[in-house]
Design a binder for this molecule. Structure first.
Ligand code: Q9C
Ligand code: ZN
Length: 678
């Protein structure tokens, strides 16, 4: 698999600027680009990226999406004086021309295409293009909302043409609806377009009926346009993550794109004057990390909006850091989506039920109780008590936001531990483990004895068992001391090793340790104090212990034909794990595992979003190929082979639903409908 991250930036694109006074357009300033780049430089991220030069997009490339008339109008502005520029600009909703605008817009298109080429040719794995003017509001025949040419839409058409791609996913996390992109691909089933956006029941710009959740696409494109409207301001990290777990990611995995393009606006981040949302910069690391699991890692991030310079810069850095493969920072704040967000999520799931297999059994009975959407509107508005303290009153809040960004971001960005993976050197292991895995020496018997004495001592009578614990201990120790980020230990008895690892890390001082155990867990530690959460994935119910808040038994046997585990990971395991916010994740694989290598790889890949990517994998020592696959995932040498997507059976969907109903009061990220439990 390709490695490396491209970064495209050209100072030229800062020459496009507003020449007269216009309170609507004056936030789209050249400093958005230059200060983001400076921020990247100050975190030493620029030097870690592969520099790819921008170029002008050709007329032919622009015509892939736009009309000749639109191109000609844009071209004609190059030689205009200020008065003429102002007059042309007034023909559009929120756009300004400068004599250099046409040149900059062609560079923005070309930079985006350069990024696509770098990724598609395998020169890099992923990358980001910092461009101005942005693109997603721009339509076939019109500039709109600071956008002249639709960079991302052109890139999608270009990739289809040049590389013969048949499935491209566009994720638009800008706070505005990319209506331009929607119009361009509305009837096209080869481009799946997802956008969330501030909507406020059509009050917010561009105030279109077709930005609502029921615009699912047209003709052959039905089901390939996903709108998630936010009807309140103040949406935060948990709302965005819930949208990914319960809407975007399941659709994206089922769609199985060959390339992912991000319309990457950061006006959905905290402090932005347009968005008025509360999501912190690190949420963009998580969003990026999730998208990196698709399309074999082929991910192109293209800048759109973002008008709070500090917030924008930090969020750009979070994105690039994650593209580079750095550990994912811990997310902050209460992990519970708000009622209005859950309502929007429920609505878009219902609207898409006819088009997606994983939604086939979605309960949409609530729709019959709602004759019109205005009913819903009233309901949402009359129930403000459970909402965020949302409306940001600007003056008062600006200081708070500035302060927040300053204090908070230092903690997150400065300790930059690179991903290091440790494992012990069992004989021959250097041949099957990927590069960058550090082999560590095992501990001796007396040391281990000292460590296990006091607990489980009676269980560890055999020297062999004791020694296999040793390999777990050295690796766990390196993780605890932050010498490595993650590691794999071969074990004779995974259940014992996991239990000892959990006890040891809790003693060491971790507040919350998540343990995902796959297989028969012969011994289940006491989880009552809440310092560990165990999710046991096994074929049938383990005898002797009923599920409770901190011990959850998930009975699942993977489909023999392919991977149907997506729905369980996205719909249950990740939401529970993110609600818990562990400081360490232990993933252990014991005997009689009911998941294949694909399912386990998916788990490991996605669990890296938690606990600052700290993961200890404990695997029974006979499982050589499983170990190899997990190691590759941990060192990020490849996106794991997730296997063929198989939709879950109704029985399995019901199982997930039942678990969700059972646990959504305790683990609130599970909420994706408002019928019960809220
Ligand atoms: N009353 C991007 O973020 N606001 N564009 C217009 C009219 C325009 C945002 C308000 C906001 C455009 C790329
Ligand atoms: Zn925007």
């Amino acid at each position: 698999m390709a490695s490396g991250t491209a970064l495209i930036y050209d100072e030229e694109m800062t020459t496009h600027k507003l020449l007269w006074s216009d309170p609507i357009c004056d936030i789209e300033v050249p400093e958005r680009l230059s200060s983001s780049y400076e921020q990247l430089r100050s975190y030493h991220l620029v030097e870690r990226c592969v520099h790819v030069p921008a170029r002008e997009g050709s007329e032919e490339e622009i015509l892939l999406v736009h009309s000749i008339e639109h191109l000609e109008v844009a071209k004609s502005t190059q030689t205009m004086n200020e008065e003429e520029l102002k007059r042309v600009s007034e023909n559009y909703d929120a756009f300004f021309f400068h004599p250099s605008t046409y040149h900059c817009a062609r560079l923005a298109v070309g930079a985006t295409l350069q990024l696509v080429d770098a990724v598609m040719s395998g020169r890099v794995c992923n990358g980001m293009a910092l461009v101005r003017p942005p693109g997603h509001h721009s339509q076939r025949n019109a500039a709109n909302g600071f956008c002249l040419f639709n960079n991302v839409a052109i890139a999608a058409e270009y990739a289809k043409l040049k590389y013969g791609l048949q499935r491209i996913l566009i994720v638009d996390w800008d706070v505005h609806h990319g209506q331009g992109t929607q119009y361009i691909f509305e009837e096209d089933p080869s481009v799946l377009y997802f956008s969330w956006h501030r909507y406020e029941h059509q009050e917010f710009w561009p105030s279109l009926k077709e930005s609502d959740y029921d615009a699912v696409g047209l003709g052959k494109g039905k089901g390939f346009n996903i709108n998630l409207p936010w009807n309140k301001v103040g949406m935060g990290n948990s709302d965005y993550l819930a949208a990914f777990f319960h809407v975007l990611l399941p659709m994206a995995f089922e769609f199985d794109p060959e390339l992912v393009l991000v319309s990457s606006g950061y006006d959905s981040g905290i402090g932005d004057p347009e968005g008025q949302m509360n999501a912190t910069p690190e949420v963009f690391a998580h969003l990026t990390h999730f998208l990196m699991q698709l399309a074999n890692g082929k991910l192109c991030v293209i800048l759109e909006g973002g008008y709070h310079l500090k917030s924008l810069g930090e969020s750009v850095c979070m994105t690039v850091k994650t593209l580079l493969g750095d550990p994912v920072p811990q997310i902050t704040g209460e992990m519970a989506p708000c009622l209005s967000a859950v309502e929007s999520i429920q609505n878009v799931r219902a609207a898409h039920k006819p088009y997606w297999k994983w939604l086939a059994y979605e309960d949409t009975s609530f729709l019959q109780n709602l004759s019109t959407k205005s009913h819903l509107l009233k309901k949402a508005n009359s129930n403000p008590s459970t909402e965020h303290e949302s409306k940001i009153t600007n003056n008062n809040n600006t200081v708070k936001v500035e302060r927040f960004l300053e204090l908070h971001m230092k903690n997150i960005l400065f300790p930059v531990p690179p991903i290091k993976t440790a494992t012990t050197g069992s004989e021959g292991s250097e041949h099957f483990l990927p590069e960058h895995v550090q082999l560590v020496k095992e501990m001796d018997k007396t040391e281990i004895k000292a460590l296990v004495s006091g607990f489980y001592a009676d269980l560890v009578k055999e020297d062999k068992t004791l020694l296999s614990l040793g390999s777990m201990f050295v690796i766990l120790d390196k993780i605890l001391k932050k010498e490595v980020c993650n590691g794999i230990a071969a074990s004779l008895t995974a259940a014992l090793s996991a239990a000892v690892a959990l006890r040891h890390s809790v003693r060491f001082g971790f507040q919350r340790v998540l343990c995902v155990f796959v297989g028969d867990m012969q011994m289940i530690p006491d989880t009552e104090d809440g310092r560990m959460l165990i999710i046991n994935i096994c074929d049938k119910e383990q005898s002797g212990k009923a599920s409770c808040k901190h011990y959850i038994s998930l009975n699942w046997k993977e489909d023999a034909e392919g991977n149907d585990f997506f729905s369980a990971v996205l719909g249950f395991i990740l939401p529970v794990a993110y609600s818990y916010q562990p400081n360490l994740t232990v993933i252990a694989v014991g005997p009689n595992r009911s998941l294949g290598i694909n399912g386990i790889s998916l788990l490991v890949a996605l669990l890296q979003g938690l606990a600052e990517s700290r993961i200890l994998a404990v695997i029974e020592d006979t499982e050589k190929s499983l170990m190899q696959s997990v190691a590759k995932t941990l060192v990020r040498a490849s996106t794991p082979p997730f296997g063929i997507y198989v939709p879950p059976t109704q029985e399995k969907v019901n199982k997930i639903k039942a678990l969700r109903d059972q646990f959504q009061q305790e683990w609130k990220m599970l909420q994706c409908s408002v019928k019960e439990g809220i």
